[in-house]
Design a binder for this molecule. Structure first.
Ligand SMILES: Cc1cc2nc3c(=O)[nH]c(=O)nc-3n(C[C@H](O)[C@H](O)[C@H](O)COP(=O)(O)O)c2cc1C
Length: 313
């Protein structure tokens, strides 16, 4: 026994611990349930769901990079009807806390998805993936511009009962993440998930062409952890009361602790799951041990702690 109580309050939602799966890295939790009981996680964050079924981008859709990987899955998925009937109902029966990630190609699609998800039982929170091209504005990614990012969040908030928190998931591919964070919070977000992948490219040494069928892909894994931590740090410094879920390259309990120290209330674990499917629960116990080693009784005690010990920027 560590004497640590990992339970947290995330924007009014009680979770047994601060560790979640990251969207797109564990589907809807069924596969992981072979390795551990998914209801023991803080929450399962589901793969971003769109309104209609989608087959995603052309293959190859994965490339290894030093300390990370590039993916261009392109939001492959079964569409909202199948998701609600099969995946959400399975997670609810299983007793898992579920954060449903939604994605759209236009503001109206986000609103429609939010209304369907908000009216469903068993949803602890909604995470809005705004790293999607806006078909109504030359394919520019919503998350990269404060005005479209806020339009999506305002539309989602308008469709979701007030007791369900709405987390806006931000992209690091912006000049000033605090400006975007401020815009989506003013538009009605309850909190922020940070970060989504960084846009990258890899070139194949034989074909001398891009490795990925979709040319560009999202970089994830340990390579992005310092960038993710910096984003959490900057936003927590500017808005210390905003609940933040930290994401990016977390592999160990200490990595998770780093995010709490930078200002996150909870964390998500993504890429590590592909080579170590039991990582999320391992990280739960490692986090408890990291806190116990330092005489800390609860994750809430350390949220933003790193900001208190100096004026590093
Ligand atoms: C294969 C793959 C698929 C992903 N799919 C989604 C997705 O559907 N929605 C989303 O918001 N983020 C998606 N992400 C991004 C992750 O949720 C996470 O933000 C990112 O990978 C950084 O965390 P990590 O370094 O722990 O993987 C995906 C990442 C990977 C590697």
């Amino acid at each position: 026994m560590t004497g640590v109580d990992l339970a947290i309050d995330l924007a009014g939602v009680a979770l047994p611990n601060p560790v979640m799966t990251a969207s797109g890295c564990a589907a809807a939790g069924r596969e992981l349930d072979q390795f551990f009981d998914v209801s023991e996680l803080g929450a399962v964050v589901t793969k971003s769901i769109m309104r209609d079924p989608r087959s995603g981008r052309p293959t190859p859709r994965m490339a290894e990079t030093p300390s990370g990987m590039l993916n261009s899955i392109g939001l492959q998925g079964p569409g909202i009807d199948s998701f609600l009937a099969n995946d959400l109902s399975w997670l609810t029966q299983r007793g898992a806390r579920t954060i449903v990630s939604i994605a759209g190609s236009a503001v109206g699609e986000y609103a429609e998805l939010a209304s369907r998800v908000g009216a469903s039982a068993g949803v602890s929170a909604i995470e809005v993936n705004i790293s999607c091209p806006n078909v109504e504005n030359r394919g520019l990614v919503f998350a990269c511009d404060p005005a479209p990012a806020s339009s999506v969040i305002a539309a989602v908030r308008g469709e979701v009962p007030s007791e369900i928190p709405v987390f806006a998931k931000l992209s690091p591919d912006v000049t000033d993440i605090v400006t975007i964070a401020d815009a989506v919070m003013s538009a009605g977000a309850t909190g922020l998930s940070m970060i989504n992948t960084l846009l990258g490219i890899a070139i194949d040494p034989d074909t001398l062409r891009p490795v990925l069928g979709g040319v560009t892909g999202g970089l994830s894994g340990p390579a992005i952890r310092p960038v993710a931590l910096r984003c959490v740090w900057q936003v927590h410094a500017a808005m210390p009361d905003v609940p933040i879920i930290g994401i990016g390259g977390i592999r160990t309990g200490f990595d998770a602790l780093e995010f709490l120290l930078a200002g996150a209330t909870a964390v998500q674990v993504g890429t590590v799951i592909f080579h170590d499917p039991s990582a999320p629960m391992r990280i739960v116990s490692e986090l408890a041990a990291e806190l116990a080693d330092r005489g800390i009784k609860s994750p809430a005690e350390v949220v933003g702690f790193a900001h208190r010990s100096g004026d590093a920027e």
